[in-house]
Design a protein around this ligand. Structure first.
Ligand code: HEC
Ligand code: HEC
Ligand code: HEC
Ligand code: HEC
Ligand code: HEC
Ligand code: HEC
Length: 387
């Protein structure tokens, strides 16, 4: 379906420019729309419509995700989410892993950790990223893999605004400015909120849950124990916009705003350092491989540099165990769910498909054996103390 950009919308938006913003592309400014759309001007500078476009909505790329990746796959940029070697250590994760299938054999059996199973398979034709081949829909939901792309989850226009505002397309990045049009715009990471359509390809999807409350450093997106997304609340509910069957109950692990950690779980997390060592304290207990939500809806109270473990009110969420984009492990795990000992994780040297620094990059540059020892058991044990 071809849908040229409404000239009315463009003309309205291009007449106001936002003051004082440097470097933050999604907060708008001069040539903002041109970041993603081809906009045709006549020699006199007048905007012209063009109806012979073969690309939907006059996007710069072949599809929505390829358009995003024109910037977000640039190497060496802090906002890269698709590298050539798995070296992006952002909270969401590196889409590189979708291209990597690892194979090995043990006890005469053949094992495989397939690229398709490493992440959300965004369709980005220009970057060789294709539709998921194993699943017919989002597990526990109806969202179609053929429609999956960056704009399934991120609203390119950051339209989700307070009070059902339905005017022009405002622009913003995480919790952007008050644009002086009587509204506050901006969700965490431009994530779609209530009413979002899940992207133009989705066909009739409507999000029922708001964007999560979370905060990350503006420009340093390299995840460590002292620089990480500080999750407040609502992440699991947000994932359930597409995985509607995955909240507490249904035989799944308890998660969500209501899955608060009891004092026993809080003290387990805080004292657990590694297998055989439970001498930790709350002040330094945070492990970025195992984040939690602090249980607040107040973004101002969240601190991405905090090294503290959970306190009263904290809860478990989908991203305690998964990443949002992709990881080197099965089922988008933050670690390898398939082994008893972390040191046995795949990818590892000798695996079919493993190249370069895949092993080190899979754990975000950590040397897991040096940090946790050769006999570290499953990370679930930081809460469950089953070593
Ligand atoms: C013209 C280059 C460009 C294009 C095209 C682009 N981005 Fe970005 N994006 C950036 C830059 C630069 C940043 C970091 C600065 C900022 O936050 O605006 C960024 C930041 C982001 C962030 C984090 C924003 C925040 O403040 O938390 C998200 C999410 C994002 N982009 C998603 C997308 C999606 C989805 C698309 C495609 C629909 C897209 N981008 C297209 C340049 C681009
Ligand atoms: C299934 C939903 C989903 C899809 C699909 C998705 N994102 Fe994201 N993205 C998220 C979430 C959730 C976060 C926040 C992750 C966190 O803080 O743990 C995020 C974070 C980001 C960030 C901030 C850096 C980071 O990794 O945390 C950027 C930039 C971004 N996304 C761009 C993109 C681009 C470009 C695409 C398409 C190639 C894309 N996203 C596809 C859900 C998604
Ligand atoms: C816009 C819809 C949408 C949202 C929002 C969404 N997902 Fe998904 N998810 C899908 C679809 C479609 C698939 C199946 C296709 C695929 O795996 O690429 C999927 C697959 C998955 C898988 C299995 C991956 C595999 O290949 O086996 C996991 C795990 C997952 N999602 C976790 C999450 C988490 C965690 C969140 C929230 C951060 C989330 N999803 C948000 C649509 C969504
Ligand atoms: C970050 C990339 C990006 C920027 C910046 C951007 N767009 Fe879009 N736009 C898209 C994508 C991608 C689509 C296709 C819809 C989808 O995939 O959900 C789209 C679709 C549209 C549509 C048609 C359908 C709809 O969603 O309303 C209009 C109109 C539009 N854009 C206008 C604008 C205007 C005006 C601006 C400048 C204020 C702008 N866009 C800035 C990426 C962007
Ligand atoms: C305590 C850790 C943990 C939490 C929390 C968690 N998961 Fe999972 N998830 C797993 C493990 C382990 C697997 C692989 C084994 C299995 O299928 O049970 C998995 C598998 C999946 C799969 C693919 C398997 C399937 O059923 O098709 C999806 C999709 C998924 N999780 C989504 C979610 C969503 C959405 C949430 C939040 C609502 C969530 N998970 C919370 C650990 C977790
Ligand atoms: C952040 C802490 C945390 C992590 C990490 C965690 N769990 Fe849990 N787990 C909990 C809490 C809290 C409960 C609920 C216990 C209760 O209500 O008594 C729970 C319950 C369970 C249950 C009982 C299920 C039920 O329906 O009551 C199982 C089984 C379980 N977890 C397995 C795992 C596995 C396997 C992993 C790793 C993949 C894991 N957990 C990681 C905190 C955690």
């Amino acid at each position: 379906m071809r849908m040229p950009i409404s000239l009315f919308v463009l003309a309205t938006l291009m007449t106001f420019s936002l003051p004082g913003i440097v470097g933050a592309f999604h907060e708008g400014g001069v040539n903002f729309c041109e970041g993603c759309h081809v906009i045709h001007k006549s020699p006199s500078g007048q905007i012209q419509d063009r109806n012979d476009s073969t690309i939907p909505m006059d996007l710069k790329g072949l599809d929505a995700s390829s358009t995003c990746l024109r910037c977000h796959a640039q190497s060496g940029k802090f906002y890269n989410v698709l590298s050539n070697d798995g070296s992006t250590y952002s909270a969401g994760g590196d889409f590189y892993w979708l291209k990597k299938t690892f194979t090995w054999s043990a006890n005469d059996k053949f094992y495989q950790s397939s690229g398709d199973n490493h992440g959300h398979n965004v369709v980005a034709a220009e970057y060789g990223l294709h539709q998921e081949s194993m699943l017919n829909s989002a597990p526990g939901g109806i969202y179609s893999p053929s429609a999956l792309g960056c704009t399934s989850c991120h609203d390119p226009h950051s339209r989700t605004v307070k009070d059902g505002y339905t005017g022009e397309i405002p622009v913003s990045d995480s919790y952007g400015e008050d644009l002086g049009i009587k509204i506050t715009v901006g969700n965490y990471r431009l994530l779609g909120g209530i009413g979002y359509n899940g992207g133009a390809q989705a066909g009739g999807v409507t999000f029922n849950h708001p964007a999560p409350v979370a905060v990350a450093d503006a420009q340093n997106w390299v995840e460590t124990n002292s620089n990480h997304t500080a999750y407040g609340s609502g992440m699991s509910e947000w994932c359930n916009n597409c995985h509607s069957d995955f909240l507490t109950g249904n035989g799944k692990h308890p998660v969500g705003n209501d899955a608060t950690l009891s004092s026993t779980f809080i003290s387990n997390y805080n004292s657990y350092v590694k297998t055989g060592d439970i001498t930790g304290t709350q002040a330094t207990a945070y492990l970025a491989l195992l984040p939690f939500e602090s249980g607040t809806a107040d973004k101002w109270s969240l601190d991405p540099s905090s090294t503290s473990g959970p306190a009263q009110g904290a809860n478990l969420m989908c991203l305690t165990c998964h990443r949002a984009h992709a990881s080197s492990f099965k089922d988008i795990g933050r670690w390898d769910f398939g082994t008893t000992f972390v040191a046995d994780s795949h990818p590892r040297p000798g695996d079919g498909g493993a190249t370069g620094n895949d092993m080190r990059n899979s754990y975000y540059g950590r040397d897991m054996v040096a940090e946790f020892g050769l006999y570290q058991r499953r990370l679930c044990n930081k809460c469950h103390l089953l070593d």
